[in-house]
Design a protein around this ligand. Sequence first.
Ligand code: B16
Ligand code: MG
Length: 219
Amino acid sequence: MENKRIEAVVFDLDGVITDTAHFHYLAWKKMAEELNIFIDEEFNERLKGVSRMDSLELILQEGNRQNDFSLAQKEEMAAKKNAHYCEFLKELTPDDILPGIPELIAAIKEEGLPIGLASVSKNAGTVLKALQLEEAFDYVADAAKISKSKPDPEIFLTACKGLGAEPEFSIGIEDAQAGIEAIKASGMFAVAVGRNLVNADYKVDRTAELQWGKIKAEY
Ligand code: B16
Ligand code: MG
């Protein structure tokens, strides 16, 4: 049988390209503690791939304070978290690109396939710049124009459209369960990176194990 064609590869950012997922966690933790809400890394798994305001709602629910604040107060809290997060981003350099990612990007490019980014983070541009990876992506979906967080497929569908690729013939790479669900809902082939993730078409434990030859063999 002839191999199914591949039209594009779309990456998640936080947790796949670099470990900013940890910075998001530390920033939320700091903000939440000011409200006497305490979150741990296990809870943080639920925030991965979830937009800033939706993440705040989940944290307020966790502290049973979901009805205590006005929209203006919530926006202030979200801005505070983002300020903490941006402080961490100042430290980011190309050395923070996760192992295996430069080689994977190079191998995909060598085949002439377009590469996209599907991050719901409004800081994605800043992160790519700090990592000196802006040139690596042929299309970066604009999080500001996305109305639904992962697990909704909107961001992955937008990335495929921007690359001129059919989702059915495209591959998505994610480290969050919500992201895997978003890839599957878009009709793409889902590659998962990390432990405790389900429903992916192919799974590795860490980015260093992401090899283009192996992904293609599973596709
Ligand atoms: P920001 P991804 C997501 O990025 C993060 O996983 C999530 O934790 C964060 O809340 C969200 O971006 C919004 O980020 O506050 O920077 O707009 O996983 O889709 O790359
Ligand atoms: Mg992620």
